[in-house]
Design a protein around this ligand. Structure first.
Ligand code: BES
Ligand code: MN
Ligand code: ZN
Length: 496
């Protein structure tokens, strides 16, 4: 089962009779307190309730405002929402306001009257935000327990230029589907989303025009991906690498590679995690989830770029066959790794997934995503992802994409003294560097498995893959952080 975004219909506002619209009608007031044309017409039918609210001395129209007028007289709607983008409408205010509108909606029809908003791109961003914030994971709610209000399944957007808006919004619809896909994967429990089930869901994307290849344990053994295999050797689920290829660009052009950590559950292994909060480690496949969501988006919007997505799918379990602290494993690259802590498993998975990706696809750049360390949460909290790069040009393009989409992130440092922390007495490298700079030493570990001269970005999304309180764009649970930024990066840098 997949959760899907609401259908969006665009229609000319000039022909619409807002007073006759049922369900919920959303209208706008600008930063100066002036009602948009649709709001003025609706307010007449409502006997001036909106104008009275605006005249109140405490009233201030700012971004993120969405005030509900319930059961108003004179109109057919059950609720009218007065929303505002504030004084300087832009991407950020569109996301804030769209999220606020979505939170205020209940079931039934929805009409959003955007006439008078000058910038169509802002309206498109607002509509995307509404769709994203309406996400609701109901897979395991049985009908008998299901009393929560249902999110609207269809939204009518009235606009001055509906055709322009529909054209601008088409890629946003693909993005919303990609983000929903990522969130579903991240929200799924590990008894359901085994490595097999994960791989099957990725294989099903072949129907969208993606080429999907699955490497099982035998193949991984053959190519020498022992670091990845070691993580999964205590699990009943088979470890895998899954490759998703989108060839929308020139046939001879090297792809951009996206690589994701897909630990479907992280108990810590023999270095077992404490019981409290362990259930959250169902999200430890978040990096792989983002890669999958981006690939889905690219296929749905038929992106003119070559991108290969590679995910390492494993389960980290304690078991008689599980790897032990002190074990030394040989990676596909050939470097030997001393496993100090079996809970630092993500970097072992990525070491081989990254090497396999570079050897097989000769990409022009590599971006990996992983819920890699608790340390990045200590550094940045849940507000921003932390990222690292060896290439300033690649880095500035990525920073711009994060800024444009609201996927907040902060660049972190790499450097020799951090690499020193992971020197091993017995092997080429060890998999932990102690508590200081725990996210940086994890990044330095990965850097060993990046070839000389390969432009690379590593994103530690441990703090942002899920939200405990909800954000402008996501309810509690999986956020899909990064799908929008990577999609924007690919659009800006790799499509013509
Ligand atoms: N999956 C965890 C990191 C994590 C922590 C993700 C919290 C999301 C929320 C990772 O595999 C892990 O356990 N990292 C250890 C590394 C340590 C043993 C060096 C950590 O961060 O404690
Ligand atoms: Mn771990
Ligand atoms: Zn982990």
């Amino acid at each position: 089962m997949t959760t899907t975004p609401p259908a969006i219909r665009f229609a000319p506002e000039a022909d619409a009779d807002l007073a006759a619209a049922e369900g919920t009608v959303v209208v706008f007031v600008d930063g100066e307190g002036a009602l948009a044309p649709g709001a003025v017409r609706l307010d007449k039918a409502m006997g001036g309730a909106l104008a009275r609210a605006i005249e109140d001395e405490d009233f201030k129209a700012k971004a993120g405002m969405a005030v509900t007028f319930a059961y108003p007289g004179g109109v057919a709607a059950r609720a009218v929402i007065l929303a505002s983008l504030g004084g300087e409408p832009g991407g950020q205010s569109a996301r804030k306001t769209g999220g606020a509108i979505a939170k205020a909606l209940s079931k039934g029809a929805v009409t959003i009257a955007t006439g008078g908003i000058a910038d169509d791109a802002v309206v498109a961003d607002l509509v995307l935000a509404v769709a994203l914030r309406l996400y609701d994971f109901r897979e395991y709610k049985t009908a008998s327990d299901d009393d929560a209000p249902k999110a609207p399944r269809e939204i009518t957007v009235l606009a001055d230029r509906p055709e322009t808006l529909a054209r601008l919004s088409a890629p946003h619809a693909a993005l919303a589907e990609g983000i929903y896909f990522t969130r579903d994967l991240v929200n799924e429990p590990a008894n359901r989303l085994t490595t097999d089930e994960f791989a099957a869901r990725l294989a099903a994307m072949q129907g969208l025009g993606l080429e999907v290849e699955i490497l099982g344990e035998d193949e991984l053994e053959k190519i020498g991906a022992r670091a990845l295999l070691a993580v999964g050797q205590g699990s009943a689920s088979e470890s895998k690498i899954v490759v998703m290829k989108w060839q929308g660009g020139a046939a001879d052009e090297a792809p951009l590679a996206l690589v994701g950590k897909g630990v479907v559950f992280d108990t810590g292994g023999i270095s077992l995690k404490p019981a409290a909060g362990m259930e959250e480690m169902t999200m430890d496949m978040g990096g792989a989830g983002v890669v999958a969501g981006v690939m889905r988006t690219l296929a749905l919007r038929k992106a003119k770029a070559n991108v290969v997505g590679v995910v390492g799918l494993v389960e980290n379990m304690p078991d008689g066959l599980a790897q032990r602290p002190g074990d030394i494993v040989k990676s596909m690259k050939g470097d030997t790794i001393e496993v100090i802590n079996t809970d630092a498993e993500g970097r072992l998975v990525l070491a081989d997934a990254l090497w396999y990706t570079q050897e097989t696809f000769q990409p022009k750049g590599v971006i990996d995503l992983a819920t890699l360390t608790g340390a990045i949460i200590i550094a940045l909290g849940h507000h921003r992802a932390g990222w690292y790069s060896n290439d300033d040009g690649f880095a500035s393009a990525f920073a711009a994409a994060c800024e444009a989409t609201g996927d907040d992130a902060w660049r972190m440092p790499l450097g020799k003294p951090y690499a020193e922390q992971i020197k091993s007495r017995k092997a080429d490298v060890k998999n932990t560097g102690g508590r200081p700079a725990g996210s940086v030493t994890a990044a330095e570990f990965l850097a060993r498995f990046i070839k000389d001269g390969m432009p690379w970005i590593h994103i530690d999304i441990a703090g942002v893959a899920e939200t405990s309180s909800g954000t402008h764009l996501a309810p509690k649970g999986a956020t899909g952080w990064g799908v929008a930024a990577l999609d924007a990066l690919i659009r800006a840098e790799h499509e013509g």
